[in-house]
Design a protein around this ligand. Sequence first.
Ligand code: PEP
Length: 254
Amino acid sequence: MRTPFIAGNWKMFTTATECVDLCRALVERIDKVSGVETAVCPPFTHLDRARAALEGSSIGLGAQNMHWEEQGAFTGEVGPRMLTSLVRYVIIGHSERRQFFCETDETCNKKLISALAHNLAPIFCVGETRDEREAGHTNAVLARQVRVGLNGVPWTGDCVIAYEPVWAIGTGLAATGEQANETIGYIRGLVAEIAGASIAERTRIQYGGSVKAENAQEFFGQPEIDGALVGGASLDADSFAAIVRAAAEIRAKA
Ligand code: PEP
């Protein structure tokens, strides 16, 4: 059985002090919750402090992005060698990076290869826009994102995919549990074509898009959904903790 994984994407929110306070509040609330893997992804500038605040706890740390090159003249970028001693996870291909920073399936592919070469565990984000869904292109878009993204990637069962329909991110309009389950099942099939059935079976695929304490159970009760990538609700310790507990309760009953 796959262990559910709940990760918080803090985006460009929190000052350094707020970040440390939030880490401490989360340790108090979820450190002892068992049966669920958890992580938070604060801004780059706070990773060091977050690491210290989470030290000794079960809560993992991730970055929100990385460049694929080890080092070089890339002003403003952060490379994998800067991250390996700090974090376990790295989000790759978040829709906000694709939408506002020109990331493509090809750059995601380079980042995935580089992350794995540096022992970082990627959380690879895929998802369709509202127009793509309404035009009936959801599966075609996901097939392209997954096939190009994973091309030549030594994908292992430790990698994570986040299915995040763009229309559900930060909008309050979450997919239904059934919709997300069906689409994640389709993504798992794509991973099986590329990496084989047993790796696909081990790969955790999260749902992301307006997950909150009130709707978390709807997702975690679905057989294909292995947790969540949470944006807005991860910035509130009580909300994030409630989401983690919902995953733990459902897992305990399974
Ligand atoms: C996200 O940023 O990955 C996300 C899912 O955001 P939200 O939960 O706010 O929709």
